[in-house]
Design a protein around this ligand. Sequence first.
Ligand code: SF4
Ligand code: SF4
Length: 206
Amino acid sequence: MSEENSKAKKHVTWAEPPQMTLMETLYIPAIAAGIGTTVKRMFGKNETRQYPEVEPEIPPNYRGVHRLNRDDQGRVKCVACFLCQTVCPAKCITIEATATDKTDPNWADRDKYPATFEIDELRCIYCGMCEQACPVDAIELTSIYDLTGLSREEMIFDKEKLLEVFDETTQSGKDPVRTKRGTLGPASEILVDLPDESSSSDHPSS
Ligand code: SF4
Ligand code: SF4
């Protein structure tokens, strides 16, 4: 055995599986514990949710369907920096950037914007890392949890659809813009006075 291997072996701890007792091999303790849990639930508080008749209360930092936010001019807020696409562990964001026309006064303050922006909502694991990575608070997850579709294609949200989600969710007041850059990043900055921030200038109509 080489010196390197013997050094490495010193740092390895071998774990032996615990030996089962006779009772455990007969599964009697596990069955008794299972029956105990069933009986406890029979007489405990009923926690059945009457969904869909009664919709659940969704916390303000829930990670549901995405949206692309608009800026105060109603433009897509995204500056096509690719940070969300890079950080996404599921690789479900695809962006094509385009340079802005600098002679157009509407885009004088931007170098780039996304020509296309797609999120595959079926591949997404709703981890929220795209929201955290975005330097301009352009991408957010919403409280929409009941997304369904009839085809895979339908579940790939393009830029227009993501902007539509923004319009719908902000106009209904369901999901006020929630990301505000802070020292710890937007996802950790969900505040109790969040509804007051719905008057944010990020909304196109404001
Ligand atoms: S929530 Fe996570 S998995 Fe989904 S698009 Fe964002 S970074 Fe990717
Ligand atoms: S949504 Fe944000 S992180 Fe993603 S490309 Fe646009 S600006 Fe960058």
